[in-house]
Ligand binder design. Structure first.
Ligand SMILES: Nc1ncnc2c1ncn2[C@@H]1O[C@H](COP(=O)(O)OP(=O)(O)OP(=O)(O)O)[C@@H](O)[C@H]1O
Length: 352
C-alpha cells in the first residue's frame, strides 16, 4: 500500500468509528430518556402523552390517566391566563393534578409550550412547581403539573369575596423567602441559567403548607453560560416589568430581581401593581411606595392587616424591596443576595 492509501484507510476507519460512536451515544441517551419517561400514544385523537417517571406517577395506570385528561371540561376549570386555561384533574380521592391547556395555532403559543418544557423538564426544587408531563395533539398542548391546593398568591391577596384570605406577616415573609429561593435556584443553580421573565403574584402558587412555588415558565429564557442578557420581544406583565427591559427588550436576571421587588411591595402594601387606581393616576405602585419610603413614612403604605406586626422587620423588608427596584440594574442585588438579606431579616443580623 502506498502512503496515500494508508492515509485514506486511516481516515475511513476514523470516520466509521466516529459514526458508530455517535449511534451508540444516541441509543444510550434514548434508553436513558425512556427509563425516565412513560410514553402513551393515543390512536383516537392522534395525540401523545409523555409522563416523567416519579414516585407520584408510579401507581397511576396510563389508560386511566389519559382517559381522564381527555375528559376535562369547563366544570374542572380552576384558572385562566393570557396563554391558556388551567383545569383540576382528579384521578382519585387522594391524587389530583393541574392541567394547563394551550391551544395551538400561533408560533408564539407553540414556543411557550416548548419553553416551558425546556426550562422545567428536569427541575426539582421545593419552591418551583413540578411538571409531571405533557400531552401534545394536533390542535392543542397540555402541561401536567402538581396541583397547588392553595392557588395563587394573587388570589390570596387580591381575590374577591371568598377568595380573599387574610395572610399574616409570618406567612407573607415565608412566601417572600420561598419565592426568592425558587428564583435564585433558576438564576444561579440551573445549567444553563434560567431567566423567568414573568415573575408576578399570579405566578407564585401556594402548596398545602403555604410554601411558595414559582410557576409558569411560558416566557422563560435559557441563558448561555457566557451571556449576561438575551434580546427578546418585550413580554411579561405591566406593573412588574423592569424599566430597562421595557426600553431595550434585553432580558436579564436583574429584570427578575426587579419583578420580585414588586411582589415584595405587593406583600407589604396589599396593593395590586396593576390596580386601576395607579393606572388612572398615571403612576405605578413602585413610584408611590418609593416616594413614601424616601420620607421614612412606611407606615402609610403598609397593609392595614400588618399594622400590629414588628415594624423593624417590615421596614427592613421595604428596604430590600427598594434595593430590588433600583432603576440601575447593576445596583440591584442578585437573587442569591436577596435570599441572604431576607434570611438575615428574621435572625435580626441585619439593620438596613
Ligand atoms: N399547578 C397549579 N395548581 C393550582 N392552580 C394553578 C396551577 N397552575 C395555575 N393555576 C391557577 O391558574 C391560574 C392561571 O394560571 P396561568 O399560568 O395560566 O395564568 P396567569 O399566570 O394567571 O396569567 P398569564 O399566563 O397571562 O401570565 C393561576 O393564577 C392559578 O390560580
Amino acid at each position: 500500500m502506498g502512503n496515500h492509501q494508508v492515509v485514506a484507510f486511516y481516515i475511513a476507519i476514523s470516520c466509521i468509528a466516529f459514526v458508530i460512536s455517535k449511534i451508540i451515544i444516541s441509543v444510550l441517551l434514548y434508553k436513558r430518556w425512556k427509563r425516565k419517561h412513560l410514553v402513551y400514544e393515543d390512536g383516537f385523537s392522534g395525540g401523545k402523552m409523555v409522563m416523567f417517571k416519579s414516585t407520584a406517577m408510579q401507581s397511576l395506570k396510563s389508560n386511566v390517566f389519559l382517559k381522564k385528561t381527555l375528559k376535562l371540561s369547563n366544570k374542572d376549570i380552576i384558572g385562566s391566563g393570557g396563554y391558556g386555561t388551567v383545569y383540576k384533574l382528579m384521578i382519585d380521592e387522594s391524587t389530583a393534578f393541574a392541567v394547563k391547556r394551550l391551544n395551538r395555532g400561533t408560533a408564539e403559543r407553540d414556543r411557550g409550550f416548548e419553553r416551558e418544557l425546556e426550562a422545567m423538564g428536569d427541575i426539582k426544587h421545593r419552591n418551583i412547581v413540578t411538571l409531571h408531563g405533557y400531552y401534545t395533539a394536533p390542535h392543542y398542548n397540555l402541561l401536567i403539573y402538581e396541583l397547588m391546593p392553595n392557588g395563587s398568591l394573587d388570589a390570596f391577596l387580591h381575590g374577591k369575596g371568598m377568595n380573599k384570605k387574610l395572610l399574616d406577616w409570618p406567612s407573607r415573609y415565608k412566601i417572600a423567602l420561598g419565592a426568592a429561593r425558587g428564583i435564585s435556584y433558576l438564576h444561579h443553580d440551573c445549567i444553563p441559567h434560567i431567566i423567568h421573565r414573568d415573575i408576578k403574584s399570579s405566578n407564585i402558587l401556594l402548596d398545602q403548607n403555604m410554601e411558595a412555588r414559582v410557576s409558569d415558565f411560558g416566557l422563560a429564557t435559557l441563558m448561555e453560560p457566557d451571556k449576561t442578557h438575551v434580546s427578546t420581544f418585550v413580554a411579561g406583565t405591566f406593573g412588574y416589568l423592569a424599566p430597562e427591559y421595557f426600553d431595550t427588550g434585553r432580558a436579564t436576571a436583574k429584570g427578575d430581581v426587579y419583578s420580585f421587588g414588586v411582589v415584595l411591595l405587593e406583600l407589604l402594601t396589599g396593593k395590586k401593581p396593576t390596580d386601576e387606581e395607579f393606572i388612572e393616576e398615571g403612576t405605578k405602585l413602585v413610584t408611590w411606595v418609593k416616594t413614601v419610603v424616601e420620607h421614612e413614612r412606611e407606615e402609610h403604605v403598609v397593609d392595614r392587616n400588618l399594622e400590629d406586626c414588628p415594624l423593624e422587620e417590615i421596614n427592613s423588608a421595604f428596604n430590600i424591596a427598594t434595593m430590588c427596584l433600583e432603576s440601575e440594574p447593576s445596583k440591584r442585588p442578585s437573587m442569591a443576595e436577596v435570599v441572604k438579606l431576607l434570611e438575615q431579616l428574621k435572625t435580626k443580623k441585619v439593620v438596613l
